[in-house]
Design a protein around this ligand. Sequence first.
Ligand code: SF4
Length: 189
Amino acid sequence: MGPRQWLESWPVYRQLTGTDPLGRGKAAESPRSEALAPRTASADRVARSVCPYCAVGCGQQVFVKDERVVQIEGDPHSPISRGRLCPKGSASKQLVTGPQRERKVRYRAPYATEWTELDLGTAMEMVADRVLDARRKGWQDTDEHGRPLRRTMGLASLGGATLDNEENYLIKKLFTALGAIQIENQARI
Ligand code: SF4
């Protein structure tokens, strides 16, 4: 390294002689930092999504490369969050790509001590069967005076704070259509 190169490798020299007198940009940048590129730059495509963690519903951009999620960042076009994510939302790539994420339906039958794997179709059929059975068993057509009730006491819904307005709207519609009258959300309790 010659004397000039040595001088130029010194950030304060670049600060005093270059276009960055405050030393908050180029002057403070090392060659290694200069050579770095963000993961988002090499993504094949970007999908828009919503953070799954809480009911604020911040917009997200999901960067995909070779059909794998490589980064998740705030969506600047979201009217709710305008590009921002809290630390939890910023870490949601781990939720998608983490090695501990369950990727198959796991089922533990009554009295069983071990989990077994189910395919999604079978699991959905089992859920539907149980919902219909509980609805039927708890159905009340009329009260003791013969007045119409047409409701089921066999089903109730308790939503969590991760549900946003749209999800709560759909859940309310679904459960009301099923005849349930006990439809609540944790945020109201
Ligand atoms: S980024 Fe944070 S505030 Fe926004 S939805 Fe996710 S968890 Fe909620």
